[in-house]
Design a protein around this ligand. Structure first.
Ligand code: GDP
Ligand code: MG
Length: 781
């Protein structure tokens, strides 16, 4: 029988994992290994993918992949969980044990003044961000990893000079399945942090320890932070931390990042192991007697064979040997083995496969899970089914229910947009707008009173205040939308959306995971493009990046509001919704086109964990909002300020640098006029419109600031409602701003980025013309 034939609620034991390559490795890394017990939880509303329970957590995969996994009914074969010894329940404090595990308390420490660098590594949703914010406070620096656009955050640990902690992307293993896994592993191997802080979700400890075991092989000083201990103890579970330290050979500290418990102790341990360079005491987890010792002998033989190669390339020997056995091509090519060595190793591995009765990758995963089971058997008292789990199930019955999932999704997104644009964000915006207006009026009269030169006066009032001010007033809307999007993501809902939308997205050639960057795209294209790094396939990643510009970003909201206020004040809602939907529909059409042309082939498999729903920490949310607000303010006072000044200058002077009375005679009119013929078929031939669109390439908000300068309040005299509608469609779809194009260039290269600019303009032009023709046929003038 295969996994895909099982029914809801049925339990079975995996006997064989089929498939091949990176996907199969990923299955094994996620704990889908022979001997593991699985229970089917539910099918997505459209019947595919399937959600199952394995090693105490929820995993989703497609039926077509599930069909590659053979199972046997649970009754016929004892699962590895049943065979593993159970720890008798003992009262155990769990929290605040105090540091007892220091093998080398009195060695020679690193010289004073050495910067202690730490890497924070853990699974997704293990509480990394929460812990990172606790450790660094607000004092952190956000950037990119060298050469790639994956968010890199680092900062000193609060209260400790000469420390620097780097938050690595959330990963499940050190196999190169996604680009983030490669980033993390390269960081540990090549940037050589002085120590690793491995954060482990204690409510899901078996799956999380899988990464821990691979990190131990890196031979870098390490401390394990058992996070979410509050949930474990509240539900009657406990973990014998001291026994776990002995088994793993590194200090283990129980913490709750959200409640700030045990964090200070964690810092003490981390500083200690880094200062004394205490490496893990143990890296050898393969038992001499496990299953006849085949894996053990193979690993050690290979370690001896490649020892010198590994040293020369700077790779930890044990890590390199594991990866050689798993057939990791990146590591194999780095080691530069000669033909003879490669053949010898192949013989050793074949021998192991024959003795063990499993292929190499499965044998390695099995060895690791064997050890994990032993550790957990001796140290972990499993909590009873937790309140959080039951709560998640109840919520999921509705949010991923067969008939309720899609309506709930539409309802939630509708609510988010409604709250953002017409309740909270709009209210805040009115307040801020009134403030800016008052300030501008005050500056105006102050300068008149002081008799300031009229050119300077004009620049400040009609240029800077009108331009930057109009953009600045959108800060609340943007921050509010990010607030909701981040809550949806951190709570675990977006993972569910990916689960039930997978089947639909597959129809347009993508997988459910692509929904995450797309939803972020409603906030801003730049982080959306970066978020595609989590997608495992290069094809999906490219295609998703090319589609994110169709999701209307918040920077375009000022444009919509400007035109709605001037032309369609009574249909604001309708038009706003219509524009968002138009963006989505165009994206879908274009995706279908891509699928038939540029990106033939099938979407990547969909294997994803569904975390319990959790309330996002207020601290994280505030921090994120502050970052977004800061970004926006920086943009307003750099790019947009400069753009407004340039526009003001060009429209106030003619080619002989004389100030013009009518901007019709200005330099700008001449320049933008060149573009006008192209836009005339759309009814947008006015030079001022062309100028605004050009400045929108710098930042979409500049379209409005430019129009404020060029038109003042008089836009409705120049455009007809029909042209305004055309303009809206054109600005929805035309080229993304410079920042977005730059991030596309970083991800896909110059050619693609240039392609996006041209292609989006062409699509926008076509769509705008179409809308114009349809509307005028309907009698709109
Ligand atoms: P990341 O994906 O690893 O960065 O994880 P986050 O820091 O975003 O945390 C995931 C979720 O777990 C958030 O909703 C947090 O509020 C929650 N969380 C983090 N640490 C703890 C903890 O110690 N206890 C509990 N109960 N929840 C936590
Ligand atoms: Mg995070």
């Amino acid at each position: 029988m295969t996994l895909s034939e099982m029914r809801i609620g049925e339990a079975a034991v995996i006997t064989r994992v089929g498939g091949e390559g990176a996907l199969r490795q990923h299955f094994l890394d996620m704990g889908v290994i022979p001997g593991a017990e699985v229970t089917i939880v539910k099918f997505a509303p459209m019947g595919d993918p399937v959600e199952l329970m394995i090693h105490g957590y929820e995993l989703t995969l497609r039926l077509e992949d599930a069909a590659k996994i053979d199972v046997e009914p649970a009754a016929q074969s004892a699962s590895r969980e049943d065979r593993a010894p159970k720890k008798p329940k003992t009262a155990h404090p769990g929290l605040g044990e105090g540091g007892k595990f220091h093998p080398k308390g009195s060695g020679t420490p690193l010289p004073d003044g050495t910067t202690l660098t730490f890497a924070l590594v853990g699974n997704q949703n293990s509480g990394k961000t929460t812990l990172f914010n606790r450790l660094t406070g607000a004092n952190q620096h956000v950037g990119n990893f060298p050469g790639v656009t994956v968010d890199r955050k680092d900062g000193p640990i609060q209260g400790h000079k000469n420390t620097l902690i780097t938050d690595l992307p959330g990963i499940y293993s050190m196999s190169p399945y996604t680009s983030e896994e490669i980033v993390s592993r390269n960081f540990v191997v090549y940037e050589k942090p002085k120590a690793i802080i491995n954060i482990v979700d204690a409510t899901n400890i078996e799956r999380n320890l899988f990464l821990t075991m691979q990190l131990l092989e890196m031979d870098v000083p390490m401390v394990v932070a058992l996070n979410m201990m509050d949930e474990v103890t509240a539900n009657g579970g406990s973990i014998d931390v001291n026994a776990m330290e002995r088994l793993l050979g590194v200090p283990v500290v129980p913490i709750s990042a959200a409640k700030n418990e045990g964090v200070a102790e964690l810092v003490d341990h981390a500083l200690h192991i880094a200062r004394y360079q205490e490496r893990p005491l143990r890296q050898d987890f393969c038992g001499e007697n496990d299953h006849g010792g085949a894996v053990h002998r193979c690993l050690h033989a290979i370690a001896h064979l490649i020892q010198d190669h590994a040293k020369n390339t700077g790779l930890p020997v044990r890590f390199a040997s594991s990866k050689v056995i798993e057939g990791d091509s990146l590591i194999l090519s780095q080691l530069m083995l000669d033909q003879n060595e490669t053949e010898t190793m192949e013989h050793i591995i074949l021998q192991m496969e024959a003795e063990r009765g499993l292929d190499r990758a499965a044998a390695m995963a099995d060895m690791r899970f064997d050890f994990i089971q032993k550790v957990c058997g001796e140290t972990v008292v499993k909590p009873r089914e937790s309140r959080e789990r039951r709560r998640s199930e109840r919520i999921d019955r509705f949010l991923t229910g067969k008939y309720t999932a899609i309506p709930a999704f539409i309802g939630i997104m509708g609510l988010v947009f409604w709250l953002t644009f017409s309740v909270i964000g709009a209210w805040l915006q009115d307040q801020l707008g009134a403030g800016i207006e008052a300030l501008s009026a005050w500056a105006d009269s102050a300068m008149t009173a002081a008799g300031v030169n009229s050119a300077i006066h004009g620049l400040i009032v009609k240029g800077i205040f009108a331009g930057v001010g109009s953009v600045l007033s959108f800060l609340p809307i943007i921050v509010t939308l990010f607030f909701f999007l981040s809550i949806l993501e951190d709570s675990g809902y977006i993972a569910r959306v990916a689960f039930f939308m997978d089947k639909l997205l597959r129809k347009i050639g993508l997988s459910g995971r692509s929904i995450v960057p797309m939803l972020i795209g409603f906030g801003c294209t730049v982080p959306a493009v970066m978020a595609t790094r989590t997608l495992p396939s290069e094809r999906d990643r490219k295609m998703t990046i090319l589609l994110t510009p169709f999701m209307s970003c918040t920077a375009k909201v000022p444009i919509y509001s400007f035109f709605i206020a001037a032309f369609f004040p009574r249909h604001g809602w309708l038009i706003m919704t219509g524009l968002y939907l138009l963006g989505i529909v165009s994206g879908i059409l274009v995706a279908c086109f891509y699928k038939k042309t540029l990106f033939r082939g099938v979407a990547a498999p969909f294997v994803m964990e569904l975390p319990n729903y959790r309330l996002p920490g207020a601290r994280n949310v505030v921090q994120l909002l502050w970052e977004k607000a800061k970004d926006f303010l920086q943009k307003a006072f750099s790019v947009i300020l400069i753009a407004t000044i340039v526009v003001w200058f060009l429209q106030s002077f003619d080619l002989h640098f004389n100030m013009v009375a009518d901007s019709q005679n200005s330099m700008l009119a001449g320049l933008a006029g060149a573009l006008a013929p192209l836009m005339r078929p759309l009814g947008l031939g006015d030079w001022r419109i062309c100028t605004s669109l050009i400045s929108g390439f710098m930042a979409k908000e500049s379209v409005v600031s430019t129009m404020e300068i060029l038109f003042g309040q008089g836009v409705s005299a120049v455009l007809t409602p029909l042209s305004a509608a055309t303009m809206l469609v054109f600005s929805l779809l035309y080229t993304p701003c410079v920042a977005a194009v730059a991030s596309i260039k970083r991800e896909l290269g110059r050619g693609w980025a240039a392609g996006v600019v041209v292609w989006q303009c062409a699509v926008a032009w076509g769509a705008a013309l179409l809308v114009r023709l349809v509307l005028s046929a309907l009698g709109v003038a």
